[in-house]
Design a binder for this molecule. Structure first.
Ligand code: ATP
Ligand code: MG
Length: 422
Protein backbone atom coordinates (compact mmCIF):
# COMPACT_ATOMS: atom_id res chain seq x y z
CA UNK A 1 0.00 0.00 0.00
CA UNK A 2 1.26 3.49 -0.77
CA UNK A 3 2.57 5.50 2.15
CA UNK A 4 0.08 8.09 3.38
CA UNK A 5 1.03 11.74 3.54
CA UNK A 6 0.22 14.00 6.43
CA UNK A 7 -0.28 17.73 6.67
CA UNK A 8 2.68 20.00 7.37
CA UNK A 9 3.36 20.17 11.12
CA UNK A 10 1.50 23.05 12.76
CA UNK A 11 -0.87 23.47 9.80
CA UNK A 12 -4.35 22.22 10.52
CA UNK A 13 -7.25 20.97 8.47
CA UNK A 14 -10.61 22.45 9.35
CA UNK A 15 -12.91 19.44 9.57
CA UNK A 16 -16.62 19.48 8.66
CA UNK A 17 -17.70 19.00 12.28
CA UNK A 18 -15.81 22.13 13.31
CA UNK A 19 -16.59 24.39 10.38
CA UNK A 20 -19.99 25.55 11.72
CA UNK A 21 -18.17 27.08 14.71
CA UNK A 22 -15.76 28.90 12.43
CA UNK A 23 -18.56 30.13 10.24
CA UNK A 24 -20.47 31.40 13.22
CA UNK A 25 -17.44 33.31 14.54
CA UNK A 26 -16.66 34.64 11.07
CA UNK A 27 -20.24 35.77 10.68
CA UNK A 28 -20.04 37.56 14.02
CA UNK A 29 -16.78 39.28 12.98
CA UNK A 30 -18.30 40.40 9.68
CA UNK A 31 -21.39 41.89 11.26
CA UNK A 32 -19.32 43.51 14.00
CA UNK A 33 -17.13 45.18 11.34
CA UNK A 34 -20.17 46.31 9.40
CA UNK A 35 -21.78 47.75 12.51
CA UNK A 36 -18.67 49.90 13.09
CA UNK A 37 -18.52 50.98 9.43
CA UNK A 38 -15.44 48.98 8.40
CA UNK A 39 -15.17 47.54 4.86
CA UNK A 40 -13.45 44.31 3.92
CA UNK A 41 -10.10 44.31 2.14
CA UNK A 42 -8.45 41.18 0.71
CA UNK A 43 -4.78 40.98 -0.23
CA UNK A 44 -2.62 38.08 -1.40
CA UNK A 45 -1.16 35.39 0.86
CA UNK A 46 2.26 36.06 -0.63
CA UNK A 47 4.19 39.32 -0.73
CA UNK A 48 7.72 40.41 -1.56
CA UNK A 49 9.98 39.53 1.38
CA UNK A 50 11.26 43.08 1.59
CA UNK A 51 7.81 44.33 2.63
CA UNK A 52 8.00 42.42 5.91
CA UNK A 53 11.68 43.16 6.57
CA UNK A 54 11.07 46.88 6.14
CA UNK A 55 7.88 47.06 8.18
CA UNK A 56 8.00 44.47 10.95
CA UNK A 57 11.72 45.10 11.49
CA UNK A 58 14.93 43.10 11.12
CA UNK A 59 15.49 42.49 14.82
CA UNK A 60 12.05 40.99 15.50
CA UNK A 61 11.19 37.33 16.12
CA UNK A 62 8.98 37.23 13.05
CA UNK A 63 11.58 38.45 10.58
CA UNK A 64 14.52 36.78 12.28
CA UNK A 65 13.16 33.27 12.57
CA UNK A 66 9.49 32.80 11.81
CA UNK A 67 8.96 33.63 8.13
CA UNK A 68 8.26 31.16 5.35
CA UNK A 69 10.45 32.67 2.67
CA UNK A 70 11.26 31.16 -0.68
CA UNK A 71 12.69 32.11 -4.04
CA UNK A 72 10.21 31.79 -6.89
CA UNK A 73 11.01 30.68 -10.43
CA UNK A 74 11.94 34.26 -11.39
CA UNK A 75 14.51 34.38 -8.61
CA UNK A 76 12.43 36.80 -6.53
CA UNK A 77 12.35 36.41 -2.75
CA UNK A 78 8.74 35.99 -1.60
CA UNK A 79 7.21 35.36 1.83
CA UNK A 80 3.95 33.83 3.01
CA UNK A 81 2.37 36.66 4.98
CA UNK A 82 3.23 36.38 8.69
CA UNK A 83 0.70 39.13 9.56
CA UNK A 84 -1.75 41.45 7.84
CA UNK A 85 -0.82 45.02 8.67
CA UNK A 86 2.14 45.32 6.29
CA UNK A 87 0.30 43.84 3.26
CA UNK A 88 -2.71 45.97 4.10
CA UNK A 89 -0.57 49.11 4.10
CA UNK A 90 1.07 48.04 0.87
CA UNK A 91 -2.36 47.68 -0.74
CA UNK A 92 -3.60 50.97 0.72
CA UNK A 93 -0.57 52.82 -0.69
CA UNK A 94 -0.69 51.03 -4.04
CA UNK A 95 -4.36 51.92 -4.59
CA UNK A 96 -4.26 55.37 -3.01
CA UNK A 97 -6.86 54.38 -0.43
CA UNK A 98 -5.66 56.66 2.33
CA UNK A 99 -4.83 59.66 0.19
CA UNK A 100 -6.85 62.67 1.37
CA UNK A 101 -9.45 60.51 3.03
CA UNK A 102 -10.08 58.30 6.01
CA UNK A 103 -10.24 54.59 5.46
CA UNK A 104 -11.51 51.90 7.83
CA UNK A 105 -10.93 48.32 6.73
CA UNK A 106 -10.93 44.76 8.05
CA UNK A 107 -9.43 41.55 6.73
CA UNK A 108 -9.39 37.93 7.67
CA UNK A 109 -7.47 34.85 6.62
CA UNK A 110 -4.46 32.61 7.12
CA UNK A 111 -1.04 33.82 8.22
CA UNK A 112 2.14 31.77 8.49
CA UNK A 113 4.87 31.69 11.12
CA UNK A 114 7.48 29.01 11.69
CA UNK A 115 7.00 28.60 15.45
CA UNK A 116 6.96 25.58 17.74
CA UNK A 117 3.43 24.18 17.41
CA UNK A 118 1.41 23.73 20.60
CA UNK A 119 -2.11 24.50 21.81
CA UNK A 120 -3.00 27.97 20.56
CA UNK A 121 0.23 28.28 18.56
CA UNK A 122 0.36 27.01 15.00
CA UNK A 123 2.40 27.53 11.83
CA UNK A 124 -0.64 28.37 9.78
CA UNK A 125 -3.21 30.23 11.82
CA UNK A 126 -5.93 32.75 11.10
CA UNK A 127 -6.16 36.38 11.96
CA UNK A 128 -9.01 38.83 11.86
CA UNK A 129 -7.60 42.33 11.69
CA UNK A 130 -8.85 45.88 11.52
CA UNK A 131 -6.92 48.94 10.33
CA UNK A 132 -7.94 52.60 10.38
CA UNK A 133 -6.04 55.13 8.25
CA UNK A 134 -5.96 58.91 8.24
CA UNK A 135 -7.02 59.58 11.83
CA UNK A 136 -4.47 60.93 14.28
CA UNK A 137 -6.68 61.52 17.32
CA UNK A 138 -7.17 59.24 20.31
CA UNK A 139 -10.83 58.63 19.51
CA UNK A 140 -10.10 56.01 16.85
CA UNK A 141 -7.58 54.20 19.10
CA UNK A 142 -10.39 53.90 21.61
CA UNK A 143 -12.89 52.91 18.92
CA UNK A 144 -10.86 49.80 18.09
CA UNK A 145 -10.76 48.80 21.72
CA UNK A 146 -14.49 49.46 22.10
CA UNK A 147 -15.06 47.26 19.05
CA UNK A 148 -13.13 44.36 20.56
CA UNK A 149 -14.90 44.79 23.90
CA UNK A 150 -18.23 44.60 22.04
CA UNK A 151 -17.07 41.39 20.42
CA UNK A 152 -16.21 39.75 23.76
CA UNK A 153 -19.66 40.70 25.02
CA UNK A 154 -21.35 39.20 21.96
CA UNK A 155 -19.40 35.98 22.43
CA UNK A 156 -20.11 35.95 26.17
CA UNK A 157 -16.42 35.80 27.08
CA UNK A 158 -15.91 39.29 28.50
CA UNK A 159 -15.15 37.92 31.98
CA UNK A 160 -12.20 35.91 30.64
CA UNK A 161 -10.35 38.77 28.99
CA UNK A 162 -8.53 41.73 30.38
CA UNK A 163 -7.11 44.75 28.65
CA UNK A 164 -3.54 45.95 28.99
CA UNK A 165 -2.47 49.19 27.39
CA UNK A 166 0.67 51.24 27.13
CA UNK A 167 2.16 54.04 25.11
CA UNK A 168 5.42 53.74 23.20
CA UNK A 169 5.72 57.47 22.59
CA UNK A 170 7.15 58.70 19.33
CA UNK A 171 10.31 57.79 17.44
CA UNK A 172 12.56 60.23 19.31
CA UNK A 173 11.45 59.05 22.72
CA UNK A 174 11.93 55.46 21.67
CA UNK A 175 15.44 56.00 20.44
CA UNK A 176 16.38 57.93 23.61
CA UNK A 177 14.82 55.15 25.69
CA UNK A 178 16.61 52.54 23.61
CA UNK A 179 19.96 53.97 24.71
CA UNK A 180 18.87 54.11 28.34
CA UNK A 181 17.84 50.46 28.17
CA UNK A 182 21.07 49.36 26.49
CA UNK A 183 22.98 51.07 29.27
CA UNK A 184 20.82 49.46 31.98
CA UNK A 185 20.87 45.92 30.59
CA UNK A 186 24.59 46.12 29.71
CA UNK A 187 25.30 46.81 33.37
CA UNK A 188 23.51 43.49 34.16
CA UNK A 189 24.62 41.50 31.15
CA UNK A 190 25.45 38.44 33.28
CA UNK A 191 21.75 38.11 34.15
CA UNK A 192 20.54 38.15 30.53
CA UNK A 193 19.59 34.95 28.71
CA UNK A 194 20.93 34.21 25.24
CA UNK A 195 17.93 35.68 23.43
CA UNK A 196 18.18 38.91 25.38
CA UNK A 197 21.95 39.19 24.87
CA UNK A 198 21.31 38.91 21.16
CA UNK A 199 18.64 41.61 21.37
CA UNK A 200 20.65 43.94 23.57
CA UNK A 201 21.97 46.11 20.76
CA UNK A 202 19.55 45.10 18.03
CA UNK A 203 16.19 45.53 19.72
CA UNK A 204 16.54 46.14 23.47
CA UNK A 205 12.84 46.99 23.93
CA UNK A 206 12.04 43.38 23.16
CA UNK A 207 13.93 42.28 26.28
CA UNK A 208 11.07 43.84 28.28
CA UNK A 209 8.73 41.41 26.54
CA UNK A 210 10.73 38.34 27.65
CA UNK A 211 8.72 35.56 29.30
CA UNK A 212 11.85 34.15 31.03
CA UNK A 213 11.00 33.94 34.76
CA UNK A 214 14.63 34.36 35.86
CA UNK A 215 14.80 37.76 34.29
CA UNK A 216 11.58 39.20 35.67
CA UNK A 217 13.14 41.05 38.64
CA UNK A 218 15.69 42.65 36.35
CA UNK A 219 12.94 43.67 33.92
CA UNK A 220 10.68 45.00 36.69
CA UNK A 221 13.42 47.39 37.81
CA UNK A 222 14.31 48.61 34.32
CA UNK A 223 13.76 52.31 33.56
CA UNK A 224 10.27 53.02 32.24
CA UNK A 225 9.51 54.32 28.77
CA UNK A 226 6.78 56.59 30.09
CA UNK A 227 9.50 58.70 31.76
CA UNK A 228 10.90 59.52 28.31
CA UNK A 229 7.86 60.36 26.22
CA UNK A 230 6.78 63.82 25.09
CA UNK A 231 3.92 65.82 26.61
CA UNK A 232 2.01 65.47 23.35
CA UNK A 233 2.24 61.68 23.43
CA UNK A 234 1.28 61.63 27.08
CA UNK A 235 -1.79 63.76 26.33
CA UNK A 236 -2.75 61.36 23.52
CA UNK A 237 -2.46 58.42 25.89
CA UNK A 238 -4.47 60.20 28.61
CA UNK A 239 -7.13 60.88 26.05
CA UNK A 240 -7.32 57.20 25.00
CA UNK A 241 -7.67 56.27 28.68
CA UNK A 242 -10.41 58.86 29.18
CA UNK A 243 -12.36 57.48 26.20
CA UNK A 244 -12.08 53.96 27.61
CA UNK A 245 -13.31 55.12 31.00
CA UNK A 246 -16.22 56.88 29.34
CA UNK A 247 -17.12 53.58 27.65
CA UNK A 248 -16.87 51.74 30.96
CA UNK A 249 -13.94 49.62 29.75
CA UNK A 250 -11.52 48.51 32.47
CA UNK A 251 -7.83 48.45 31.67
CA UNK A 252 -4.43 48.07 33.24
CA UNK A 253 -1.51 50.21 32.16
CA UNK A 254 1.37 47.80 31.59
CA UNK A 255 4.60 49.77 31.10
CA UNK A 256 6.32 46.60 29.85
CA UNK A 257 3.95 46.08 26.96
CA UNK A 258 6.09 46.80 23.89
CA UNK A 259 4.68 44.45 21.20
CA UNK A 260 6.84 42.30 18.98
CA UNK A 261 6.76 44.41 15.83
CA UNK A 262 8.85 47.50 15.22
CA UNK A 263 6.31 49.71 13.53
CA UNK A 264 4.25 50.68 16.57
CA UNK A 265 4.25 54.11 18.22
CA UNK A 266 2.02 55.71 20.86
CA UNK A 267 -0.90 53.47 21.88
CA UNK A 268 -0.37 49.71 22.10
CA UNK A 269 -2.78 47.23 23.65
CA UNK A 270 -3.38 43.54 24.24
CA UNK A 271 -6.37 41.54 25.42
CA UNK A 272 -5.08 38.67 27.51
CA UNK A 273 -6.65 35.61 29.12
CA UNK A 274 -5.56 33.05 31.69
CA UNK A 275 -7.56 30.31 29.90
CA UNK A 276 -4.92 29.38 27.32
CA UNK A 277 -1.74 28.80 29.31
CA UNK A 278 1.30 30.40 27.73
CA UNK A 279 -0.67 31.49 24.65
CA UNK A 280 -2.49 34.15 26.64
CA UNK A 281 -2.76 36.97 24.12
CA UNK A 282 -5.95 36.77 22.09
CA UNK A 283 -5.87 40.17 20.45
CA UNK A 284 -3.19 42.81 20.03
CA UNK A 285 -2.81 46.12 18.32
CA UNK A 286 -1.68 49.69 18.34
CA UNK A 287 -0.86 52.83 16.46
CA UNK A 288 1.68 52.88 13.65
CA UNK A 289 1.79 56.45 12.38
CA UNK A 290 5.14 56.14 10.60
CA UNK A 291 4.63 52.93 8.65
CA UNK A 292 2.85 54.20 5.56
CA UNK A 293 5.57 56.79 4.99
CA UNK A 294 8.31 54.22 5.62
CA UNK A 295 6.77 52.05 2.93
CA UNK A 296 6.84 54.90 0.44
CA UNK A 297 3.36 56.39 0.91
CA UNK A 298 2.44 59.89 2.08
CA UNK A 299 2.63 60.30 5.86
CA UNK A 300 -0.66 58.89 7.16
CA UNK A 301 -1.58 58.20 10.77
CA UNK A 302 -2.85 54.67 11.29
CA UNK A 303 -3.95 52.28 14.00
CA UNK A 304 -5.09 48.66 14.01
CA UNK A 305 -5.34 45.34 15.77
CA UNK A 306 -5.33 41.64 14.94
CA UNK A 307 -6.81 38.71 16.79
CA UNK A 308 -6.04 35.02 16.46
CA UNK A 309 -9.22 33.18 15.48
CA UNK A 310 -7.97 29.79 16.80
CA UNK A 311 -7.27 31.33 20.22
CA UNK A 312 -10.62 33.10 20.18
CA UNK A 313 -12.38 29.78 19.50
CA UNK A 314 -10.46 28.13 22.32
CA UNK A 315 -11.59 30.84 24.74
CA UNK A 316 -15.23 30.57 23.65
CA UNK A 317 -15.02 26.77 23.99
CA UNK A 318 -13.60 27.15 27.50
CA UNK A 319 -15.80 29.97 28.77
CA UNK A 320 -19.10 30.00 26.87
CA UNK A 321 -19.51 26.83 24.76
CA UNK A 322 -23.28 27.48 24.62
CA UNK A 323 -22.48 30.22 22.15
CA UNK A 324 -21.86 27.52 19.56
CA UNK A 325 -25.37 26.07 19.97
CA UNK A 326 -26.42 28.44 17.24
CA UNK A 327 -23.73 27.04 14.95
CA UNK A 328 -25.81 24.15 13.62
CA UNK A 329 -28.40 25.61 11.31
CA UNK A 330 -29.85 22.30 10.11
CA UNK A 331 -33.67 22.35 10.42
CA UNK A 332 -34.50 18.90 9.19
CA UNK A 333 -32.86 15.55 8.42
CA UNK A 334 -34.80 13.49 5.87
CA UNK A 335 -34.85 9.71 6.33
CA UNK A 336 -36.18 7.17 3.81
CA UNK A 337 -37.28 3.92 5.39
CA UNK A 338 -37.03 2.01 2.13
CA UNK A 339 -35.79 2.64 -1.39
CA UNK A 340 -39.33 3.01 -2.75
CA UNK A 341 -39.68 6.18 -0.64
CA UNK A 342 -36.75 7.95 -2.25
CA UNK A 343 -38.69 9.83 -4.93
CA UNK A 344 -41.25 11.03 -2.36
CA UNK A 345 -38.37 12.11 -0.12
CA UNK A 346 -36.80 14.06 -2.98
CA UNK A 347 -40.05 15.99 -3.50
CA UNK A 348 -40.44 16.62 0.23
CA UNK A 349 -36.94 18.01 0.59
CA UNK A 350 -37.41 20.40 -2.37
CA UNK A 351 -40.57 21.58 -0.72
CA UNK A 352 -38.76 22.19 2.55
CA UNK A 353 -35.91 24.08 0.86
CA UNK A 354 -38.42 26.24 -1.01
CA UNK A 355 -39.56 27.34 2.46
CA UNK A 356 -35.92 28.28 3.28
CA UNK A 357 -35.28 25.38 5.62
CA UNK A 358 -31.80 23.84 5.76
CA UNK A 359 -32.31 20.19 4.94
CA UNK A 360 -29.97 17.22 4.79
CA UNK A 361 -31.16 14.00 3.18
CA UNK A 362 -29.71 10.61 4.03
CA UNK A 363 -29.19 8.98 0.65
CA UNK A 364 -27.42 5.93 2.02
CA UNK A 365 -30.22 3.37 1.93
CA UNK A 366 -29.03 2.22 5.36
CA UNK A 367 -31.38 0.85 8.04
CA UNK A 368 -33.79 3.26 9.75
CA UNK A 369 -31.82 2.87 12.98
CA UNK A 370 -28.51 3.84 11.34
CA UNK A 371 -30.07 6.83 9.58
CA UNK A 372 -31.80 7.99 12.74
CA UNK A 373 -28.52 7.84 14.66
CA UNK A 374 -26.92 10.03 12.04
CA UNK A 375 -29.87 12.42 12.19
CA UNK A 376 -29.33 12.89 15.93
CA UNK A 377 -25.57 13.32 15.47
CA UNK A 378 -26.11 15.93 12.75
CA UNK A 379 -27.57 18.36 15.29
CA UNK A 380 -30.70 18.88 13.15
CA UNK A 381 -33.76 20.05 15.06
CA UNK A 382 -36.11 17.55 13.43
CA UNK A 383 -36.16 14.38 11.32
CA UNK A 384 -38.76 13.78 8.63
CA UNK A 385 -39.34 10.07 8.06
CA UNK A 386 -40.71 8.88 4.71
CA UNK A 387 -42.07 5.35 4.79
CA UNK A 388 -44.68 3.11 3.21
CA UNK A 389 -47.39 5.02 5.17
CA UNK A 390 -46.28 8.19 3.44
CA UNK A 391 -46.64 6.57 0.08
CA UNK A 392 -50.02 4.98 0.71
CA UNK A 393 -51.67 7.49 3.09
CA UNK A 394 -49.70 10.71 2.47
CA UNK A 395 -48.63 10.63 6.15
CA UNK A 396 -45.22 11.85 7.17
CA UNK A 397 -43.67 11.30 10.55
CA UNK A 398 -41.79 14.20 12.13
CA UNK A 399 -39.47 13.44 15.03
CA UNK A 400 -38.09 16.10 17.35
CA UNK A 401 -34.38 15.63 17.90
CA UNK A 402 -33.42 18.45 20.22
CA UNK A 403 -36.49 18.62 22.45
CA UNK A 404 -38.49 16.00 24.30
CA UNK A 405 -41.74 15.82 22.35
CA UNK A 406 -43.77 12.99 20.81
CA UNK A 407 -43.44 12.47 17.09
CA UNK A 408 -45.97 14.29 14.91
CA UNK A 409 -47.81 12.45 12.17
CA UNK A 410 -49.49 14.43 9.41
CA UNK A 411 -49.39 15.80 5.88
CA UNK A 412 -46.26 17.47 4.55
CA UNK A 413 -47.76 20.93 5.03
CA UNK A 414 -48.70 20.12 8.62
CA UNK A 415 -45.17 18.85 9.24
CA UNK A 416 -43.73 22.05 7.80
CA UNK A 417 -45.86 24.08 10.21
CA UNK A 418 -44.47 21.98 13.05
CA UNK A 419 -40.86 22.55 11.90
CA UNK A 420 -41.53 26.28 11.84
CA UNK A 421 -42.57 26.14 15.48
CA UNK A 422 -39.86 23.73 16.63
P1 ATP B 1 2.59 35.67 20.91
O1 ATP B 1 3.19 36.59 21.91
O2 ATP B 1 1.60 34.71 21.49
O3 ATP B 1 3.62 35.00 20.04
P2 ATP B 1 2.36 37.73 18.96
O4 ATP B 1 2.67 38.97 19.70
O5 ATP B 1 3.42 37.12 18.12
O6 ATP B 1 1.73 36.61 19.93
P3 ATP B 1 0.72 39.15 17.06
O7 ATP B 1 1.77 39.23 16.04
O8 ATP B 1 0.36 40.37 17.79
O9 ATP B 1 1.05 37.96 18.09
O10 ATP B 1 -0.59 38.51 16.40
C1 ATP B 1 -1.92 38.84 16.83
C2 ATP B 1 -2.64 37.63 17.37
O11 ATP B 1 -2.47 36.50 16.53
C3 ATP B 1 -2.13 37.15 18.72
O12 ATP B 1 -2.66 37.92 19.75
C4 ATP B 1 -2.66 35.73 18.75
O13 ATP B 1 -4.02 35.68 19.12
C5 ATP B 1 -2.51 35.30 17.32
N1 ATP B 1 -1.29 34.52 17.11
C6 ATP B 1 -0.01 34.95 17.01
N2 ATP B 1 0.84 33.95 16.75
C7 ATP B 1 0.07 32.83 16.67
C8 ATP B 1 0.33 31.46 16.37
N3 ATP B 1 1.56 31.02 16.08
N4 ATP B 1 -0.71 30.57 16.37
C9 ATP B 1 -1.97 30.98 16.63
N5 ATP B 1 -2.28 32.26 16.89
C10 ATP B 1 -1.29 33.18 16.91
MG1 MG C 1 4.76 35.54 18.41
Amino acid sequence: MAQTLTAVRGMNDLLPQDSPKWQLIEHTLRSLSASFGYDEIRFPLVEKTELFCRSIGEGTDIVEKEMYTFTDLNGESLTLRPEGTAPCCRAVIEHGLAYNQVQKVWYQGPVFRHERPQKGRYRQFHQFGVEAFGMAGAMVDAELIVMTAALWRQLGIQSALSLEINTLGDKDARSAYRNVLIEYFSAHEDKLDEDSKRRLHKNPLRILDSKNKDMQTLIESAPKLIEHISEECKAHFDSVCAHLTAHGINYTVNPRLVRGLDYYNRTVFEWVTDKLGAQGTVCAGGRYDGLIEELGGRATPAVGFALGIERLLLVVDAVNPRYFDAAIPLDCYVICEDSDSESVAALAESHLRAQSFAVKTDCSGASFKAQFKRAVASGARTALVISQDTRTEQKYSLKYLTEKKDAFIGSLDECIDQIKQA
